[in-house]
Write a protein that binds this ligand. Structure first.
Ligand SMILES: C[S@@+](CC[C@H](N)C(=O)[O-])C[C@H]1O[C@@H](n2cnc3c(N)ncnc32)[C@H](O)[C@@H]1O
Length: 183
């Protein structure tokens, strides 16, 4: 019994430390988008878009899994730096046999985002500055960015939806061609 207790405590400590460490590194925890935010993001996706869809910081897979299920003919890509959420999302992807979904354990700032039609993210203020910097350095991007709660600095969104939560949290949609090259 003591061995099992010790094992469970050790596993909990390793998982907890791993999550806290990566939260400290990137400045945001793997907290998933709320159901209302996720529904609003899904509604902002035009059914005529063919992808690929990239989630910049895909966490536990709270967005990429529903996206991969809803758009089985589109390529869905997630980048996640935190090991435990990444591992869980890969297990869920495998269980549901979502062959159109790829989830990489990688810093999205070091990935090539130029072929994405839609980028989605739920980051933080500094993270959005980094996204802006990256997109400015990759000017070929002609897609869209949908951001939960945090705006892209000095960019005019083409659409803002306020979700029906306590804070009326905004979801922004940007046409990158319209804002990155003009700001
Ligand atoms: C608030 S969670 C959002 C998860 C998911 N996108 C959702 O909406 O449910 C943000 C995630 O972004 C990840 N992240 C932050 N910066 C990152 C980076 N530069 N590269 C990869 N992942 C990053 C964090 O580890 C965290 O899991």
């Amino acid at each position: 019994m003591y061995v099992l207790d010790f094992f469970l405590i050790a596993v909990t400590l390793v998982i907890g430390t791993s999550i806290v460490w990566s939260t400290f590194r990137v400045g945001i925890s793997p907290m998933p988008s709320s159901t209302k935010a996720r529904n609003a993001i899904m509604k902002m996706i035009d059914d005529s878009w063919s992808g690929p869809f990239y989630d910049l910081g895909s966490g536990w897979g709270g967005l990429v899994i529903p996206l991969a299920k809803k758009y089985p003919h589109c390529k869905i890509v997630g980048y996640e730096i935190s090991f435990v959420p990444w591992l869980v999302s890969v297990i869920v992807k495998t269980v549901f046999r979502l062959d159109n979904l790829a989830i990489y354990r990688k810093n999205f700032l070091q990935a090539d985002l130029t072929s994405a039609e839609v980028l989605v993210c739920y980051l933080h203020t500094e993270g959005m500055c980094e996204v802006k910097r990256k997109l400015t350095e990759e000017p070929n991007n002609d897609g869209y960015l949908i951001s939960n709660n945090f705006a892209l600095p000095s960019c005019q969104p083409e659409m803002i939806v306020k979700i029906d939560d306590l804070y009326r949290s905004p979801i922004y949609r940007y046409r990158l061609r319209e804002c990155i090259n003009k700001s």
